[in-house]
Write a protein that binds this ligand. Structure first.
Ligand code: BMA
Length: 356
């Protein structure tokens, strides 16, 4: 009897703490739970996975051919002989039903490259820069502060937006391995229609939960690991103001770019703020986007990024894309870039994790 009670109590505790949501459905597959613990373990060991946006699709001055199937070319690989461990892609414009995203990547090729990356032992993350559902503009169209309101239940664009979610969920359901999903990012700024100046914190949270409930409960997408990532952290209350809730978030991240010599201090003070929150809420800390556009300092990797991260239990650090068609819009290394040697040193550091 006592044993039965103990056993039931144990089951209840596990059910509550591990992977069930309100509807009693499993919110995380075993593989997703495994990814969460892999990230957690790396961060506890003081090592982080290095990530690069849009890798395998293109790099500085080159672009994948339409009939490409090997997915073995990568700027990072050409510099250090291994791939970025985290591959970042963006769903932007999937909602329009076309075959390419906002930066011209084929959704089919992203899918195939992601599978290849997964087979190599890498990890995938998706962000989403959807178009403005109210005005028809892009994600950066902040001409109206009614957009979030219009897609919440009862809003004039709700049905349309649910259609967008269906298209995204259909695509994500093709992946039979875990994906770090990072919607509604950089919302502490006001440059996307879901940003701070464009909706109330309550509306933001309601939107996040609506996406979560549709993806996880209605569509059963239990391979998603949810990353919350405001841009720049002023203080804990600002970060928590739009926090969707422990049940809806696995990773507490932030985006922050290098623009001045203050980068190291800025990063460290943001992580000082974030770390106790991660500990209190039992979440993983990640630098979900960073970089120094055009990498003007040849030793940025070891002289700024590593010192910025030193001593913090960070699971991953993702640098943004190396545009193939713009001379200085790059955030990762490439063969011939001035930072090449320094990046090899970054790669060789016992703090960074790459994928063969
Ligand atoms: C931005 C820039 C844009 C790009 C967008 C989405 O930061 O890189 O050129 O379209 O991200 O990937």
């Amino acid at each position: 009897m006592r044993l039965t009670i103990l056993y039931s109590a144990l089951c209840l505790t596990l059910a509550l703490t591990s992977c069930n949501n309100n509807a009693g459905m499993s919110s995380h597959s075993e593989a997703a739970m495994h990814l969460i613990s892999t990230l957690q373990t790396a961060s506890e060991e003081g090592r982080f996975f290095y990530g690069h946006q849009d890798a395998l699709m293109y790099g500085h001055n080159w672009k994948l051919e339409a009939d490409e199937t090997a997915y073995d070319r990568s700027d990072v690989f050409e510099v250090c002989g291994e791939y970025a461990a985290i591959l970042g892609y963006d769903l932007g414009e999937i909602e329009l039903g076309g075959d390419k995203n906002l930066d011209g990547n084929s959704f089919e090729q992203m899918y195939q490259a992601a599978v290849k990356h997964h087979e190599r032992g890498g990890i995938l993350t998706f962000s989403w820069h959807p178009r403005n559902p109210l005005t028809g503009g892009d994600a950066w169209d902040v001409s109206s502060d009614q957009v979030v309101k219009s897609i919440l239940p009862g809003g004039e664009k709700h049905e349309m937006y649910m259609g967008w979610l269906k298209i995204a969920a259909d695509y994500l359901s093709r992946f039979d391995f875990p994906i770090i999903f990072r919607p509604l990012h950089e919302n502490s700024g006001s440059w996307f229609w879901w940003g701070a100046g464009l909706c109330t914190p309550e509306q933001y949270i309601q939107l996040w939960q609506m996406i979560y409930n549709y993806f996880v409960i209605e569509r059963g997408l239990n391979n998603l690991v949810w990353a919350y990532s405001p841009n720049g952290i002023l203080n804990a209350s600002q970060y928590m103001l739009t926090y969707p809730g422990d049940e809806y978030v696995d990773i507490m991240g932030f985006d922050y770019y290098c623009r001045s010599a203050e980068f190291i201090n800025d990063m460290r003070s943001q992580m000082e703020t974030l770390l106790p929150l991660c500990q209190e809420h039992g979440k993983i800390l990640a630098v979900s986007e960073t970089g120094y556009e055009g990498i003007p300092d040849a030793d940025w990797w070891t002289n700024q990024l590593l010192p910025a991260c030193e001593g913090f239990p960070i699971a991953y650090v993702l640098t943004w894309r190396n545009a193939w068609d713009q001379e200085t819009h790059f955030f990762g290394p490439w063969k011939g870039a001035e930072c090449e040697t320094d990046f090899v040193e970054f790669y060789n550091s016992d703090k960074t994790i790459f994928t063969k």
